[in-house]
Write a protein that binds this ligand. Structure first.
Ligand code: WTA
Length: 634
């Protein structure tokens, strides 16, 4: 077993050791796993190129560690509990042995379709057990999975398929979410008309059974490809540094980039964090409400829990269907011990009213977690009092797609809690705060940009197909440091509070979206000349999307103009990127060099116009008043 930290003193000791001797420390953790060939060297790195390699020369397969390794001891233990969208349908329980069989069988099916090590497989599926099976089957063959959240549009999906030069797409007929039945396969069909020339095969899982059109020669049913396939499949043994998956995420500029994680380090880090952050105990039922389309689902629904031999719950639906008591129903029904969700869900359930949680007994709950965005004090207190009945610690876990696993976090029941603080760095993580000049800020009571000084096993290795972009985005801003894009504060004793993004990325309901991406989409709408998008505080979503738009002429029908914009954004990105507020403006405040002054737009969007700063140096100071006036009437 990897090390289990049981007290705050132990945490301090372990942390000190992990910094003094990172290689020795991580090698000890890695020994828990099954390696087919031992590593020659623990770590090779520089943040200049950057080049980071962990467990160099080691060979393994992560699914052997997720599944085969557990068969003897826990073959009959439930690995996965699937809670369907429709509460009157029965939940599905899959044991470790059954999951092993399903993964092997689908891996054999993929192999028969010509999938081999290094091929990119795009997975665009709803939250059904087959999604987890698909992910693991790819890993079993050393194929690289690229899961795309099934809420993204055909255009977004096509961009991701093209960027990764995908060979096979795995999808489902429909996605049952709340009262909706989304035609997922149809979205794939549309995406594949947009120049995805590398795709040879589409495999469709029959989920709801509603009718779909299958394209002869290209599309095959999941149940047909697995027919007659054996439930044993030798894992393809890969190098520790071979790619495990690509996951696209948004940044300040350009299209989303494909963050790359590799087998060895990712395995060691996700298992170790999972067990220690949540203080997982043998036999616990663990539920993370994220979607596998995001990194949280990769690391803490699939890989981390399965590597640790836990029982992981997968939920197909949404928190408010059929009513705002659904989460609590699921916790009661499956006797969930550890519950991990996002602040936006907590705020939405809090806003739905206390009647949904009042009088609920959830004695199984022991640990609560949050992730994805800063949690406000009110939501933290509600979560603590109403959900955890004041007896469950809350772990506010800070991390990113690029970090692969949790980096700053309390350890449940061990670290003293302070609401809204992600608190201390996890063992092996060396954070620092820097000012705009890259100067490291010393001491407590300081605020700056959050960087990490030393690699950890699951740090991103590259951005797919464009290593220079990886260097530029994360390693060029501050010399010899990984730059997170977040601002943070360090207080007495060295605890961290994450403030939020300092770049042009906004966090809407815990989803990362680049403002430039939304602007590009809006600019494709009829009559739009230029746009600028900023975030503003939103009671439920954390941040809302505020779009300032210059049109090519007067807008006669504002309602239909807005509808066009929303439809365009939905078509280009997906419903999650739809602006909450749209304001038609005569111009955008620009500097003399033509750069949009987003600071001013942010202030106006926040409704804070008392101190707009000096606007006299603008190219067009007169537009500021106009924009302010218009904003008031929104
Ligand atoms: C934000 C999600 C405050 C942060 C795992 C980060 C958080 C971005 C927290 C990454 C937290 C994540 N407190 N902010 N506990 N966790 N964030 O890549 O801005 O989808 O940079 O990964 O979410 O989002 P991503």
């Amino acid at each position: 077993m990897t090390l289990q930290i049981r007290s705050f003193e132990a945490y301090q000791r372990v942390y000190a050791r992990s910094v003094a001797d990172p290689e020795g420390f991580w090698a000890e953790q890695a020994h828990t796993f099954q390696w087919r060939k031992p590593w020659r060297q623990v770590l090779k790195w520089n943040f200049r190129e950057p080049r980071v390699k962990w467990f160099v020369g080691g060979r393994l397969n992560i699914t052997e560690n997720c599944l085969d390794r557990h068969l003897e001891k826990r073959g009959r233990q439930t690995a996965l509990i699937w809670e369907p969208n429709n509460p009157s349908r029965k939940a599905r329980k899959i044991t470790y042995r059954q999951l092993h069989g399903l993964v092997c069988q689908f891996a054999n099916a993929l192999k028969a379709q010509g999938v081999k090590k290094g091929d990119r497989i795009c997975i665009y599926m709803p939250m059904t057990p087959e999604l987890a099976v698909a992910v693991l089957a790819c890993a079993r063959l050393g194929a690289i999975h690229s899961v795309v959240f099934a809420g993204f549009s055909a255009v977004s999906l096509a961009d991701r398929i093209k960027d990764a030069q995908v060979k096979v797409v795995l999808t489902s007929d429909y996605n049952a979410r709340g009262a909706k039945n989304i035609a997922v396969k149809q979205i794939v069909d549309e995406a594949l008309t947009l120049g995805c020339d590398t795709v040879e095969r589409v495999i469709v899982h029959q989920n709801t059974g509603d009718p779909v059109v299958m394209q002869e020669g290209r599309d095959m049913w999941w149940h047909d490809v697995i027919k007659g396939k054996r439930k044993q499949c030798k894992p393809t043994i890969v190098d520790s540094e071979d790619m495990l998956f690509i996951l696209y995420t948004s940044g300040s500029t350009g299209k989303p980039k494909g963050v790359v994680h590799t087998h060895g380090g990712y395995m060691v880090y996700t298992e170790f964090t999972f067990r220690n952050v949540f203080q997982y105990e043998e036999g616990d039922v663990y539920w993370c409400t994220a979607d596998i389309g995001w990194v949280t689902g990769h690391s803490y629904i699939v890989y981390g829990p399965l590597l640790a031999g836990a029982t992981t719950v997968m939920f197909e639906g949404v928190p408010t269907y059929p009513d705002a008591g659904r989460f609590w129903d699921v916790i009661q029904r499956h006797k969930v011990n550890i519950f991990y969700t996002a602040p936006t869900a907590i705020r939405a359930l809090m806003a739905a009213g206390d009647q949904w949680i009042k009088g609920r007994r959830m004695p199984s709950l022991r640990v609560l977690g949050t992730v994805g965005e800063p949690i406000n004090e009110e939501a933290w207190q509600w979560y603590h009092e109403r959900v955890g009945k004041k007896r469950c610690p809350i772990v506010d876990t800070w991390w990113q797609t690029e970090t692969g696993g949790i980096l700053i976090t309390p350890l449940a029941g061990i670290t003293p809690l302070k609401p809204c603080y992600a608190s201390y760095p996890f063992p092996g993580i060396q954070p620092c705060l820097v000012d705009a000049n890259g100067k490291e800020l010393e001491g407590d009571g300081v605020e700056g940009m959050l960087c990490i000084k030393f690699p950890w096993p699951s740090i991103l290795r590259t951005t797919f197909g464009d290593h220079e972009r990886c260097r530029q985005t994360y390693f060029a801003t501050f010399k010899d440091k990984y730059f997170t894009g977040d601002g943070a504060r360090r207080d007495a004793g060295g605890i961290y509070r994450i403030i939020g993004r300092v770049d042009d990325v906004i966090n809407v309901s815990g989803h990362r979206i680049g403002t430039a991406e939304i602007e590009d989409a809006i600019n494709k709408s009829p009559n739009v000349v230029e746009s600028a998008v900023v975030g503003y505080p939103h009671d439920i979503k954390g941040q809302g999307i505020y779009a300032y738009i210059i049109t090519s002429g007067p807008v006669a029908d504002i309602a239909s103009f807005r509808k066009n914009v929303l439809d365009t954004v939905t078509r280009e990105i997906g419903p999650i990127a739809k602006p909450d507020k749209i304001q038609v403006v005569p111009g955008l405040p620009k500097t003399r060099s033509g750069k949009i002054m987003r600071r001013i737009l942010r202030k106006i969007a926040e409704g804070d116009t008392s101190n707009l700063g000096d606007t006299s140096t603008l190219l067009n100071p007169e537009v500021v008043d106009d924009i302010q006036q218009g904003s008031k009437s929104l």
